[in-house]
Design a protein around this ligand. Structure first.
Ligand SMILES: [Zn+2]
Length: 145
């Protein structure tokens, strides 16, 4: 027991705890993440510092003519990660198992952007999102062990 605690504490010290991020990070009039100018993952670097920033940009475009598009600003943008269970002979309880994480939800103007100081921080954020989906799936009552 004590040995497990030591390993756990050691891992915690070695791996920096992720920031507490509440989902959705963009919703309604909030179309950019973060609100300020500091990287939302490492919280050390300013997004305006050299060499630049990594951007995740998503949204919808409306066709206005063949091969011409404009932003669909009267639409609401979203971004989710989901797990949808399927029945299989080895997993008969799989159907109905559903987990989802709404990273962005009903965002005005049909588009949103996430900013990070580096691709490492962008990657860590995306891993955090997938980890959160796995946590939600593990907590689902129909989760097949
Ligand atoms: Zn960063």
């Amino acid at each position: 027991m004590n040995e497990k605690r030591t390993v756990s504490r050691s891992n915690r010290l070695r791996k920096k705890q992720p920031p507490k991020i509440r989902f959705p990070v963009c919703k309604g009039k909030r179309v950019v993440f973060p609100r300020g100018h500091v990287c939302p993952w490492c919280r050390k670097n300013k997004l305006s510092d050299s060499p630049g920033m990594a951007i995740l940009n998503a949204g919808a475009m409306r066709p206005t003519a063949p091969e011409c598009y404009e932003m669909a600003q009267d639409d609401a943008a979203f971004m989710t990660l989901s797990w949808h269970g399927n029945d299989t002979p080895n997993n008969p309880r799989g159907h109905g198992e559903f987990a989802t994480i709404r990273i962005a939800d009903l965002v005005d103007t049909g588009q949103f952007e996430f900013y990070f100081c580096s691709t490492d921080c962008l990657r860590a954020f995306l891993n955090y999102c997938v980890d959160d989906l796995e946590r939600r799936r593990a907590n689902h009552p129909r989760h097949a062990k």
